[in-house]
Structure formats: C-alpha cells, structure tokens
Design a protein around this ligand. Structure first.
Ligand code: UT7
Length: 331
C-alpha cells in the first residue's frame, strides 16, 4: 500500500518586493541578488497569516482533488512561522475548512519540512492508519526576517502550498531517505520570541522592546551553501538506490527553492540536465517548507506533470536537516 498525490493547491500573497525595494533597505543591488541567488522578487504577507494562506492553499488542493473537507482524515502543517502556537496551525486550518473528521498536528523542520510532512502522512496511509491526508507547507518568513541583515533579507519570501494524499492499495510504497545533524545547527538559527531567559529578571517585560538579532533568522550562508551542494546530491543518490531507480527514470527533481546556484550545483553533481530541475525561486524567493508544494502545484496546473512520471522531492535546511522522497505522479 502507498500514498498517491491526488490534488495540489497554493496561495501566494499579492504584495511583492523586488530586489530594488530590498536595495533601499540594505546595501545590495538587483544585480548582486540575481547573480548570487537567482531571486528577482518575493511575495510578502500583508493581511494574510500562515494559517489563512494554509487554509486557502488547502481549499484549492481539495477542489483539485475533487474531495470534500469532511473526507480528510489527517491534516499536517509544516511551518516555522505560524501566527499561532495554540491551537496548532493544523487545527486552525481544520476549523476554516470544516474538515471535522481530521486529526491535526504541526511539524517543524524548516526547509526540509514539506518532505518530512509528506513522508509522515505517506507512512500513516501506507500503514492503513488513515485513508486521506492534507499536507501543507505554509510560511510567513517576512515576520522572522531581519530587514537590516543583507545576508538573509535578500533570500526569503512568504506563501503556502498543499497536497492531498490518498491511500493506494494497488502500488508498493517507495521508501524515503532523511537525515539530521543537530551538531551543525548553529549554521541557521532563530531564537523563539518566547525565550527571554534572564531578561525578565532584569525588569524588562515588553517582548517587542526585548527583540534582538537572535530573535530573527541568522545564517552562515556559505556553510549552508556548502552543506546543501554536498548533501542534496548524496541523499538523492541514496533514495534512488534504495528504491532501485535509475536517474534516467526520473522526470523531475523538485528541490527546495533556496538558491539557483545550489540547484545548478546539484544538477551538475548528479550529471543530470537542468531541464529536469524546475525553478520558481526567481518569483518567490526561498519560502522554506512552502517552496516544494508551491512548485508542485505550478507544475500540476500548467500540465508539466503526467501520469506515471517519477519525481524526486528533496529538502534541506536548518537543523541541519535534509531528505528526499520518490513520488510517482498518478493524477
Ligand atoms: O533554505 C535553506 C537555507 N538557506 C540556503 O540554502 C542559503 C545558502 N546560502 C546562500 O544562498 C548564499 O551563501 C548567500 C546568497 C546567502 C550568500 O552568497 P555567497 O555567494 O555565499 O556570498 P558570501 O557570503 O560569500 O559573500 C560574498 C561577498 C562578500 O564580500 P567580500 O567579503 O567578498 O568583499 C559579502 O560581504 O558578497 C558580500 N555580500 C553582499 N553584497 C551585496 C554578502 N551579501 C551581500 C548582499 N549584497 N546582499
């Protein structure tokens, strides 16, 4: 038994900031950002929240799947930037959708989050625990971005993507490969805004005035870059070997959209043509756990995905975490 993706959806905020807008905030240029990252613009929340984007992406995915909210057994939201802590984002999405029969929880694994959420849902479905699942990646990274730090604010954007999964009794499950290395976590951090240890004793009580650089994303860009270009091709190789699949069988590698140069380096190391590596980071920037489902939805809707195609989804990022999943497109 395995899981099949039977619908996708996404939601992108309409407000955009292009590279020239960023150059008005920090010392950088459109040329530098395009050359070093491939990003041209990013979409930023105004009225939207992580939950509202997740709910809208989910509505679109359910519509695409032809499934009613009441048919969903499991809702999993991958996010590091939820506007709510309690209840969890997935329960809020359940309420918005009226998906009254679903079990709901969130998962936090940064840019590997969607791959891990997909694996988690697929394992529940393959194990016969649930029959249908809604897997969502939703991020409002602009709220965690230090808009004075040119090393990070050039990269990130906001958005949400969702996929509907259903159990498929006719095919065998493909196994994923995932890794974590907490020992290297210092490369990409963001301290919780609820951890003001020590400051309360100093007589400070207003969280807004207590935010410092550690409460925004901080990144050793070069360390993360080197990690990604080494580990992503490796884990793709592992997942292909584990499932006895050759690169010639793969139609597309759907990578986390972090940096154009990372995607190009992965393609080169795998010896695979760039046509197999779709990219949309030029339009959205790095949307962390939303990037893979947004790209998947684009490809589903513009007809690039065809039944029987094999896809590899690969995520990597803070933790450090990385992983890959083999997907057979059956929609
Ligand atoms: O989602 C998963 C996690 N994130 C990632 O995967 C991101 C991985 N890292 C990267 O994408 C890249 O490391 C960055 C885009 C963040 C930075 O690019 P880089 O090529 O690694 O730049 P760098 O940090 O090595 O800096 C090169 C030069 C430096 O100047 P000098 O020392 O050579 O004079 C920097 O000070 O570029 C300078 N620089 C900038 N210049 C203009 C750094 N950031 C900027 C900037 N604009 N925004």
């Amino acid at each position: 038994m395995t899981a099949t993706i039977c619908g996708t959806g996404s939601y992108i905020p309409s407000y955009t900031m292009d590279n020239n807008d960023i150059a008005r905030l920090v010392e950088t240029s459109d040329e530098w950002i395009r050359e070093r990252t491939g990003v041209i613009r990013r979409h930023i929340v105004k009225e939207e929240t992580t939950v509202s984007m997740a709910a809208e992406a989910s509505r679109r995915a359910l519509e695409d799947a032809g499934m009613a909210p009441k048919e969903v057994d499991l809702i999993l939201v991958s996010t590091i930037s939820s506007n709510v802590i309690l209840p969890c984002a997935a329960c809020e999405v359940q309420k918005e959708l009226g998906a009254v029969n679903a079990t709901c929880f969130d998962l936090s694994a940064a840019c590997t989050g969607f791959v891990l959420a997909y694996n988690t849902a697929a394992a529940y479905l393959a194990g016969g625990v649930y029959r249908t699942a809604l897997v969502i990646g939703s991020e409002s990274l602009s709220n965690l971005t230090n808009w004075k730090d040119r090393g990070t604010c050039i990269l990130f954007g906001d958005g949400a993507g969702a996929a509907v999964l259903k159990a498929d009794d006719t095919r065998k499950a493909a196994l994923p490969v995932t890794h974590s290395d907490g020992g290297k976590g210092a490369a990409l951090t963001c301290k919780s805004r609820h951890d003001f240890s020590g400051l309360a004793d100093a007589g400070q009580s207003d969280p807004e005035t207590m935010l410092d650089d550690e409460h925004y994303m901080q990144m050793d860009g070069q360390a993360v870059f080197k990690f990604a270009v080494k580990r992503v091709p490796e884990v793709i190789g592992e997942v292909l070997k584990l499932n006895q699949t050759g690169t010639e069988e793969i139609a597309y590698y759907i990578l986390h959209q972090a940096n154009k140069r990372i995607v190009e380096a992965v393609a080169k190391r795998l010896g695979e043509p760039m046509e197999k590596f779709p990219m949309n980071l030029q339009e959205y920037g790095n949307t962390s756990s939303a990037s893979i489902p947004i790209l998947l939805d684009e490809m589903n809707r513009d007809g690039r995905l065809k039944p029987g195609q094999k896809l590899v989804m690969a995520g990597f990022g803070a933790g450090l975490t990385w992983g890959a999943a083999l997907v057979e497109w059956q929609r």
